[in-house]
Design a protein. Structure first.
Lengths: 229, 49, 246
């Protein structure tokens, strides 16, 4: 039982450390958010100016922006330690690898949650989407999406952070994996905003949850192999 | 394009692709064996032939 | 050697199956000659999926046992898998254009899934190229292979539901087109080509594995000779350092 408590303590400590450096290095997190907002703006130029076309595309565009911003976020969360050689230090400690993974994934999910949460109003404004009662399923989609993306991103960022061409390898590896997450999140968003005639929202939320569980388990199980070199 | 041309394109690329890969593999195998012989002296007893 | 026999048998089988599917079997009533592409398309798709499944298991084997032979098997399986998956997509397109009227459409779940499979496989191969250290490369590849394999069923469900949970397909499902009231001859042609392809696949896998093992040995030799050369340079008379004790 104390194993579990120690693991939990480690995870929380790591998550807190990451959160602190995120808040301190405010430029980095803020820049990512700003980048995602610019992406949304550019989508407007690419697909506009017809308001209806943009409104129909909005759920997809929202999640694309979250994914692109998310890639930068997940990379950033591993870069700091890699540059200082802290990852090797971390790997030397006799601590459960899964706790390290849990901490980093927690930090990643929190960062993604903030990113997603802030992009929703941006989309609502840019593409004129009334949110109304849609906020609850939207919140669920953002939470589940954030967890899933962070679960995969933590593992893959740990994998690519010391590689050549890591800037392209992380997106290249992650994007096919998160395709179903993107699909499901967009579907939940669409049904939340535009009505759910087929009653499929529940199924998509379940798919998101399933994705999260599977990726968290695999990520935790394999992270140790990525740390030891 | 009639249907037949798609069938030819389909079979041609797939079967031709397999043949090309086979040729490539055999060539890479030959090059690798020669490289190993050079690098390590005589081939080790369990080298595939 | 046994693999040579396998190779010749596979070659003959493929030729025979191709002749059978192209000339012996009659054209489909509705799809015409385009139906014949199915025989190579389905076989390719099946082998692509089999390859990636094998690769994931081999990667797991590496993580468990740390035996680089598992890694060699995984690498070989993915490379062969990418080949057949690319063929499957090509076959799908060559069938789709005459039958659907378009080379690509998003409502067919198999096509979308296969495209993602190809992307995952190519990502795996690129990952390997960018890693130099053999054990690090093997670990990374194994993790990526495992995560990709576990993602496949999720992709599968999401793409099938994508069309709408209760909606029927607008485009003909290629798999269904084969099952619905199909003459035995069509099934025979499909199974014949499937068998021939599987034999070919097995041969390719064996050869690719041999190549992988050879290349690992060459890598080791190169590394050893580099180390020896560096040592020689460092400890030569007039060199930088004394030979360290022990």
């Amino acid at each position: 039982m104390s194993e579990l408590r120690r693991g939990l303590a480690v995870a929380i400590a790591i998550a807190r450390k990451d959160a602190t450096s995120e808040l301190r290095g405010r430029q980095a997190a803020g820049s990512t958010l700003f980048f995602a907002a610019i992406v949304l703006l550019l989508f407007g130029f690419a697909l506009g100016p017809n308001a209806q076309r943009l409104a129909e595309a909005a759920p997809g565009l929202l999640w694309l922006a979250i994914v692109f911003g998310g890639l930068l976020t997940m990379a950033r969360l591993h870069q700091l330690e890699a540059e200082d050689g802290a990852l090797e230090q971390l790997a030397l400690y006799p601590v459960d690898r899964r706790a390290i993974y849990a901490g980093k994934a927690l930090a990643g999910a929190a960062a993604m949650l903030v990113l997603g949460g802030l992009l929703v109003p941006v989309v609502a404004i840019l593409y004129t989407i009334p949110l109304g009662s849609a906020w609850l399923p939207l919140l669920a989609a953002v939470v589940l999406g954030a967890i899933g993306f962070a679960a995969v991103g933590t593992a893959y960022a740990g994998l690519t952070v010391r590689m050549r061409a890591r800037e392209v390898m992380l997106p290249l590896l992650m994007l096919p994996i998160v395709a179903p997450l993107l699909l499901a999140a967009v579907k939940v968003t669409v049904t939340a905003l535009g009505g759910d005639p087929l009653g499929e929202q529940g199924a998509w939320l379940q798919l998101l949850a399933g994705f999260d569980v599977i990726m968290l388990v695999v990520g935790a199980g394999t992270y140790g192999f990525l740390l030891e070199e | 394009m009639t249907d037949v041309e798609f069938v030819i394109a389909g079979y041609g690329v797939i079967l031709g692709g397999i043949a090309a890969y086979v040729a490539l593999l055999l060539r890479r195998l030959r090059i690798a064996r020669e490289a190993l012989d050079r690098a390590a002296g005589s081939p080790p007893p369990d080298a595939p032939r | 050697m046994k693999s040579r026999v396998l190779g010749f048998v596979a070659l003959l089988a493929v030729i025979a199956a191709a002749i059978f599917g192209l000339f012996v079997v009659p054209a489909d009533l509705h799809q015409g000659d385009a139906q014949r592409v199915m025989y190579v398309h389905v076989g390719s798709a099946w082998l692509g999926e089999l390859s990636f499944g094998l690769a994931a298991l081999a990667g797991l084997g590496y993580l468990w046992r740390r035996d680089l032979r598992f890694d060699a098997l995984a690498h070989s399986a993915v490379e062969v898998g990418v080949l057949f998956t690319a063929f499957a997509i090509w076959g799908g397109m060559m069938w789709g254009r005459p039958v659907w009227g378009v080379f690509w459409q998003w409502e067919d779940p198999r096509l979308a899934t296969t495209a993602l499979l190809l992307a995952l496989g190519i990502g795996y191969l690129l990952l390997r190229r960018l890693s130099d250290d053999p054990t690090r490369r093997a670990s990374r590849a194994a993790v990526v292979g495992l995560i990709a394999a576990l993602d496949i069923p999720i992709i599968h469900f999401s793409v099938i539901w994508w069309r709408g949970l209760h909606q029927g397909p607008t485009f003909i499902d290629p798999a269904k087109s084969l099952k619905a009231a199909v003459p035995m001859l069509f099934v025979a042609a499909l199974l014949f080509m499937l068998t021939a392809f599987t034999l070919t696949w097995a041969w390719l896998l064996i050869r690719r594995y041999q190549l992988a093992r050879l290349e690992t040995r060459i890598e080791e030799e190169v590394r050893l000779s580099r180390i020896n050369a560096a040592r020689a340079a460092a400890t030569a008379p007039g060199g930088a350092v004394e030979e360290p004790a022990g």
